[in-house]
Write a protein that binds this ligand. Structure first.
Ligand code: PLP
Length: 413
């Protein structure tokens, strides 16, 4: 399949040539990978950096005197510094985690342990949240007598901002909100909502899992107290994520897990904890992944953000336009500001059957509830078929997807 680069200033063909898996065939057909919201594909430089670590630089970090250990420590801390700079944060505000899920669990459980929440206090979430930004708060709410409040979503799939404003009150202690919906693609006005949270003295956490692979995010501009993302959704390895937290908050929060690395001194009578960020990084970290997380961000930022945004919006518009023309197909989520995600249901056709038919054509889409069951319930459905695009997808792929989808629907009806 040829890439359609002419209408886009982004050099999509060149980008694709850097990602070996995109030349794969699936069932004898060229792979058309449209499951980027689940995980993105990896450029050669990211895989090379992982290999380099294990083949040339493997050692445990932080306590070693020997050269290899010093090199590994240096590389990991360099990555932390790079990510801090990129996010507009301090290195001690960057905590390596397993991913977004662990980062949110860390914040919820540490704040609860540190008695941040008062009984009767409220945690504000939204109907758009991934389960990773619901369940940790429910667990804390159950244990500490807190109330969960939920920002409603309009039929377009946007947050109801008037309702949101009304829900934020002096009882609100935490506003935890997704930057971009993985299920519908809605990009939320997070800066505005974070500012409302601050006005009433509430903390804020932004789940940035779906933001980092599409746009630049700056902590100073965002203003949130916490921000979480997973490297694998932004061209990096799985099992690695970052929690950004304001240093003055993290300093006052108790550790999440106990073990090596997170201590200054251990005595049976009393243990003292390490400084930031190590206080929150118990045990041997995912060293290679933490190093390579920066490599992935560097690869992404080598492309102009405006060019990426323009290209992704073209993909979204073409997909929306083509799918809207299919009889009986309903797009769920038509927000004004959307990431390149198209989620839809088709009258009389089950989404799993569609995914199987598309896979035969080499097209990878995701189906089901996308870990957003409350959102599915809001729209009165059990799941959708979701095509999620990335900077390396082409308009030709969108057209092929739309053609094959139409054919599959006709066969299944
Ligand atoms: N938040 C959002 C919006 C997501 O899309 C996902 C994953 O799909 C997560 C959180 C959880 O990410 P991870 O499984 O990498 O921890």
């Amino acid at each position: 399949m040829t890439s359609t680069t002419a209408i886009s200033p982004l050099h999509v063909g060149h980008i694709r040539s850097q990602i070996p898996i995109l030349s794969r065939e699936i069932k004898g057909k060229p792979l058309v990978y449209l499951d980027n919201a689940a995980t993105t594909q990896k450029p050669q430089c990211v895989v090379d950096a992982l290999c380099h670590y294990y083949l040339q630089a493997n050692a445990n970090v932080h306590r070693g005197i020997h050269t290899l250990s010093e090199e590994a420590t240096h590389a990991m801390e360099q990555s932390r510094h790079f990510l801090a700079d990129y996010l507009g944060a301090l290195p001690e505000e960057i905590i390596f985690t397993k991913g977004t899920t662990e980062a949110i669990n860390l914040v919820a459980s540490s704040l609860a342990k540190g008695k941040w929440f008062r009984p009767g206090g409220q945690i504000l979430l939204s109907y758009l949240e991934h389960h990773a930004n619901i369940v940790p708060w429910q667990m804390v709410a159950e244990q500490h007598g807190l109330e969960i409040k939920v920002i409603p979503v309009t039929d377009q799939g946007e947050l109801d901002l008037a309702a949101c404003r009304a829900l934020i009150s002096p009882n609100t202690q935490m506003v935890a909100l997704g930057h971009t919906s993985n299920a519908l693609g809605t990009v939320n006005p997070v800066r505005e909502i974070v500012a409302w949270a601050r006005e009433v003295g509430a903390l804020s956490l932004v789940d940035g899992a779906q933001a980092m692979g599409h746009t630049r995010v700056n902590m100073t501009q965002l203003g949130a107290d916490f921000f979480a993302f997973s490297a694998h959704k932004a061209f990096g390895p799985t099992g690695v994520g970052v929690l950004y937290g304001r240093a003055n908050l993290l300093d006052r929060m108790p550790p999440y897990q106990g073990g090596g690395e997170m201590i200054t001194e251990v005595r049976f009578e009393k243990t003292t904890y390490n400084t930031l960020p190590f206080k929150f990084e118990a045990g041997t970290p995912h060293i290679s992944g933490n190093i390579v997380a920066a490599e992935a961000v560097k690869w992404f930022t080598a492309h102009a953000p405006e060019a990426v945004a323009q290209h992704e919006q073209q993909l979204l518009q073409r997909a929306t336009h083509r799918l809207e023309a299919i009889d009986g197909l309903r797009i769920i989520g038509q927000a004004k500001h959307k990431a390149p995600v198209v989620s839809f249901v088709v009258e009389g056709v089950h989404h799993h059957d569609l995914a199987i038919m598309l896979d035969i054509e080499g097209i990878a889409v995701r189906t089901g509830h996308h870990c957003t069951q409350p959102l599915m319930e809001r729209f009165g459905i059990t799941g959708t078929t979701r095509a999620s695009f990335s900077l390396y997808n082409t308009l030709d792929e969108v057209d092929f997807f739309a053609d094959m989808l139409k054919r599959a629907i006709n066969k299944l009806r």
